[in-house]
Design a binder for this molecule. Structure first.
Ligand SMILES: [Zn+2]
Ligand SMILES: [Zn+2]
Length: 160
C-alpha cells in the first residue's frame, strides 16, 4: 500500500494540475482523511491549519477539485440529510456500505466492483467513466441493539 502522505504530489503533477496553496491544503485534508468529510467538517479542519481560509474558498475549491477529477462527491444515501461528502479519486475503487441508523460508513474493496463494471461494459457496449456503489442497511452493532424496522418481516422469519 502506498502511504497517502507521499502519494500526493506525483499524481497531481502527472495530471498537469497545479493547485494554489489553499486548494492543495484542502485536497491534502481530503486525501489523508480516513473518513468521508462534508464541506463544513472540511472547513473546520482547514481553518485550524490556515486561519485565512474562508467557507467560500472551501466550496469553490471542492467544485474545482471535482471538475479536475481529483475528488468524488458522494451523497452516501443521504443518511444524514442533504450534505455531500468528498473523497479522493486517487483511492482504489470501492463501494460504500452505509448504516442508515448510526451513519457508520464502511468501504468495501474487492473484485466484485470491477466485475460489475466489466460486465456492464460488455453487456451494454458502454465505456464507464464513473461508477458509484452504495449499499444501505443496518450495521452489526445496530442490529444487535435491536433496531430492526418493524414490518420488514426479517425478524419473524428468523424467529419462527
Ligand atoms: Zn449502525
Ligand atoms: Zn470511500
Amino acid at each position: 500500500m502506498v502511504q497517502p502522505t507521499t502519494s500526493l504530489k506525483g499524481p497531481l503533477r502527472k495530471r498537469g494540475v497545479r493547485l494554489t496553496r489553499q486548494r492543495e491544503l484542502l485536497f491534502e485534508i481530503i486525501h489523508n482523511s480516513h473518513t468521508h468529510l462534508d464541506a463544513d467538517r472540511l472547513y473546520e479542519i482547514a481553518r485550524k491549519r490556515d486561519a485565512k481560509i474562508s467557507r467560500v474558498t472551501v466550496y469553490r475549491t471542492l467544485k474545482v477539485l471535482k471538475q479536475e477529477g481529483l475528488i468524488d462527491e458522494l451523497d452516501l444515501l443521504h443518511h444524514e440529510g442533504d450534505q455531500h461528502y468528498y473523497e479522493t479519486r486517487l483511492k482504489r475503487e470501492h463501494a460504500h456500505v452505509v448504516c442508515l441508523r448510526c451513519g457508520a460508513v464502511q468501504e468495501f474493496f474487492g473484485s466484485p466492483i470491477q466485475d460489475l463494471k466489466d460486465q456492464v461494459e460488455s453487456d451494454f457496449g458502454f465505456k464507464i467513466l464513473l461508477a458509484r456503489t452504495e449499499v444501505g442497511g443496518y450495521c452489526a452493532d445496530c442490529q444487535s441493539s435491536g433496531v430492526e424496522e418493524s414490518g420488514t418481516g426479517v425478524k419473524s422469519d428468523i424467529d419462527q
